[in-house]
Ligand binder design. Structure first.
Ligand code: IMP
Ligand code: MG
Length: 171
C-alpha cells in the first residue's frame, strides 16, 4: 500500500468551496455563465462547487488526453468535447489541479476561438513549482509548492479518486 499523509479534510475543502462559490456568484450575477468541468479529476469538485454558485448557469464537461509527451506545446486533444453552445457565453473552466499549466492554456485557446464572451479558470489546487506557461487563474482553492496529491477526484493511476479528503502521496 502506498503511504499517504493527510493534507485537506472534507471540512477544509467544503469551507473553501463555499467561499469560491460566493465569489463566483458575485462576479457572474448578470452573465450567461457556462461552467465546464475537466473530466475525470474535477468531477467531485465540480459537483460541490456548482451547488455553491447561486446565479443561473449551464454545465458541461470536457475530457482531454495528451499525445504521448504532454510536455510538447499544443499536444492535447479532446477525447470528449462539450456539447453546449459557447457563443456569447461566459465560460468558467473547472480543474482539479494546475501543474505545468499546459492543459488550461490549451483549453483557453480552444474556447476563445469558439466565440465565448470570456474564458476564466477555477482550480481547487494550484501547484506552483512546475509551471511552464504563463497563466492567470481567477479562482484558486489552495496553493501548494510541490508534491503529488490524491483524493477528492485526484488520482494516481486511477486510484484514490473516491476519497473524501486530500492526501500527499508518499513514495
Ligand atoms: P498540467 O497540464 O501540467 O497543468 O496538468 C494538470 C493535470 O495533471 C491535472 O488535471 C491532473 O490530472 C494531473 N496532475 C498534476 N499534478 C497532480 C497531482 O498532484 N495529483 C493528481 N493529478 C495531478
Ligand atoms: Mg486532470
Amino acid at each position: 500500500m502506498a503511504e499517504k499523509e493527510l493534507f485537506l479534510t472534507q471540512k477544509d475543502i467544503s469551507k473553501r468551496v463555499k467561499e469560491l462559490g460566493a465569489a463566483i456568484t458575485k462576479d457572474y450575477e448578470n452573465s450567461r455563465l457556462l461552467v465546464i468541468g475537466i473530466l475525470n479529476g474535477a468531477f467531485m469538485f465540480m459537483a460541490d462547487l456548482v451547488r455553491e454558485i447561486k446565479c443561473g448557469l449551464e454545465i458541461d464537461f470536457v475530457r482531454v488526453a495528451s499525445y504521448g509527451m504532454a510536455t510538447i506545446a499544443g499536444s492535447l486533444r479532446f477525447t470528449k468535447d462539450i456539447e453546449l453552445d459557447t457563443q456569447g457565453k461566459d465560460i468558467l473552466i473547472v480543474e482539479d489541479i494546475v501543474d505545468t499549466g499546459r492543459t488550461l492554456k490549451h483549453l483557453s485557446h480552444s474556447f476563445e476561438e469558439r466565440g465565448a464572451n470570456s474564458v476564466r479558470f477555477c482550480t481547487l489546487i494550484d501547484k506552483k513549482e512546475r509551471r511552464e506557461v504563463d497563466l492567470s487563474v481567477a479562482y484558486v482553492g489552495f496553493e501548494v509548492q510541490s508534491g503529488f496529491l490524491v483524493g477528492y477526484g485526484l488520482d494516481c493511476s486511477e486510484r484514490f479518486r473516491h476519497l473524501p479528503d486530500i492526501y500527499y502521496l508518499k513514495k
